[in-house]
Ligand binder design. Structure first.
Ligand code: SF4
Length: 255
């Protein structure tokens, strides 16, 4: 008979907030990397602003796992950029997760779900693979910033998602801070940023356009739609952002 695995200790949120109060940026990553070794990972899209956080993590510990969600709808330039940053920063554990083939066959056999039900598309191509990727990790590092606005306006460096800790080391960074960090360290720019994209997600035009600006980069994402997040992040009140629009079945077609 197999031995039962020991129960996971519950994270005491007040103790965590107290122990790491006032830390941000590299200091926040270093402290959690030390105390949660083997239980911490970074979620990165290798998008327009990703180099800064990836560089910080590489300076703290190149062995920290980097989770990359390949939705199979990404720009080829993002894959090339991922490989370049991995090489140049010496990242040793970049893990690629793709959508489940059965989910694609059921919900998106024609590959056009993003047009009729983008929330469902993000759910099967991002949220479900992310949940699988983060099994066993207690801490997720993410690269969101307050200046992105909307649900991100009051981001804290530390928040909690059920029993997982979520770190936002760059929460207080501005667009200028990012730019300065990139220039001072000579970090490579995402090739599509040079073409005018400020936030880079999936390639379909309904998901990523050249809209937006340096101070409002996410305006080019899901342009003209109510949607602002893909469901892999949580709203400021700790609730998961809905992944299926109310009143619509999974395939997005009203009866
Ligand atoms: S960003 Fe667009 S293509 Fe990518 S998973 Fe979401 S809806 Fe689908």
């Amino acid at each position: 008979m197999l031995a039962k695995s020991p129960p996971q200790p519950t994270i005491n949120q007040n103790e965590v907030l107290e122990a790491y109060a006032g830390l941000e940026g590299r200091d926040l990553i270093r402290a959690f990397g030390r105390d949660f070794e083997g239980r911490i990972a970074l979620l990165s899209s290798f998008g327009a602003e990703s180099a800064v956080l990836l560089h910080m993590v590489s300076e703290v510990d190149r062995n920290i796992p980097i989770i990359f969600l390949d939705t199979l709808k990404l720009f080829p330039e993002t894959i090339e950029y991922r490989d370049r940053l991995t090489r140049e920063f010496g990242l040793r554990d970049v893990r690629v997760f793709q959508p489940n083939v059965a989910d694609l066959m059921t919900d998106d056999p024609s590959g056009t779900l993003h047009r009729i039900n983008p929330d469902r598309c993000c759910h099967i191509r991002k949220t479900l693979p992310m949940e699988k990727a983060f099994k066993g990790f207690d801490v997720m590092i993410s690269g969101r910033k307050r200046f992105h606005g909307a649900a991100r306006s009051d981001l804290k460096p530390i928040s909690f998602d059920e029993n997982r800790i979520k770190l936002e080391p760059l929460a207080a960074f501005t667009a200028l801070d990012l730019q300065n960090y990139m220039v001072m360290r000579g970090l490579p720019t995402h090739p599509l940023k040079l073409e005018g994209y400020h936030s880079i997600g999936c390639a379909p035009e309904t998901c990523t356009t050249k809209g937006g600006s340096l101070d409002n980069p996410r305006a080019g994402r899901w342009m003209g739609q109510e949607k602002t997040e893909c469901g892999i992040h949580f709203s400021a009140n700790g609730k998961i952002i809905r992944t299926t629009p109310r009143g619509l079945p999974a395939n997005g077609v009203s009866a």
